[in-house]
Design a protein around this ligand. Structure first.
Ligand code: ADP
Ligand code: MG
Length: 282
């Protein structure tokens, strides 16, 4: 192969930012010399490799920016372990129609049943589908927005949470909110209403939201907007975190006194795994 031509080719690919085509050129040419594909096929192969690389790089960047607590996909979710999760419903959400329709997804259930996993999995699907996503715990989000409100830059800070097409708000209800927290949360939900999707997880059923937000009226206003276009996934099962420990016999009898205490303070769902799940958190 003409050395001069190769040099010029590499220079051009670099100038055009076709990084992957540049890196894989020699290999692709060697294969082509053996297999003798038609010219369009060769070009198609080279450009497809470039495209694939770019897609995965964009996804990597998006994923880095999304602030996910861990990388777990829907493919890694074991539906057989959690029969209360309707696999068809999740597969339907996976089509991302809810994102195009600015719909919300609410995942409810006790600790350890896979709420965050499903929320993260759906956020990853959304990013694969070309949408931006951002993950925050309710606590972090409210602290952040509350601080911004005190410093007079709420509107600016709010953009971090309104810009992405998909916003995950994890663990609503673990901690009760003060009036400022409840107000900024309401403002956020209103700002995203019919403009972007929220995937929300909570250990509290809707009837307990008045207590969470410290005010029935504001809780009703939040729920009204959240639930207008929403899919609720109610998970009533065992904690996945505990399944191995259970196997080892650690939780075969009553939960430790400390966990019982926590249970009394934080009564949530009826589920066979409840005590064990709380014990795991305690
Ligand atoms: P929570 O409901 O408290 O948000 P998570 O979604 O964080 O619970 O789940 C706890 C851990 O168990 C995570 O590591 C998650 O990946 C795993 N997990 C939960 N449910 C399943 C499941 N059905 N299949 C596979 N892993 C699961
Ligand atoms: Mg969680």
């Amino acid at each position: 192969m003409n050395h001069n031509v190769m040099e010029r080719l590499h220079a051009l690919l670099t100038e055009l930012s076709l990084v992957q085509a540049d890196a894989l050129l020699e290999g692709a040419l060697e294969r082509a010399a053996k297999e003798e594909p038609a010219y369009p096929d060769f070009l198609l192969e080279l450009l497809s490799m470039e495209k694939e690389f770019r897609t995965s790089r964009i996804l990597q960047t998006r994923t880095r920016m999304a602030n996910l607590p861990y990388l777990k996909t829907l493919a890694q979710f074991d539906f057989s372990f959690q029969p209360s999760v309707d696999e068809r419903q999740v597969r339907d959400l996976q089509t991302l129609r809810f994102v195009s329709d600015y719909g919300n997804v609410i995942l409810l259930g006790p600790p350890g049943v896979g709420k965050t996993h499903l929320a993260v999995g759906l956020a990853i699907e959304a990013m694969r589908g070309g949408f931006g996503a951002y993950f925050a715990t309710a606590n972090d989000l409210i602290n952040d927005l509350g601080k911004a409100a005190r410093e007079g830059r709420l509107e600016h800070r709010m953009r971090l949470y309104t810009r992405p097409k998909v916003l995950v708000i994890d663990e609503v209800g673990y901690l009760p909110l003060d009036p400022v927290g409840a107000t900024v949360f309401f403002q956020l939900v209103s700002a995203r209403y019919e403009r972007g999707s929220i995937i929300l997880t909570s250990n509290k059923s809707y009837t307990d939201w008045g207590t969470v937000f410290g005010d029935q009226t504001i809780a009703a206003a939040i729920l009204d907007r959240l639930l207008h276009h929403a899919t609720t996934v109610n998970i009533r099962g065992e904690s996945y975190r505990l399944k191995d420990r259970k196997k080892a016999g650690l939780f075969s009898t009553a939960p430790p006194a400390q966990a019982e205490d926590a249970l009394k303070r934080n009564v949530t769902f009826e589920s066979p795994g409840k005590e064990a799940a709380h014990a795991a958190r305690a």
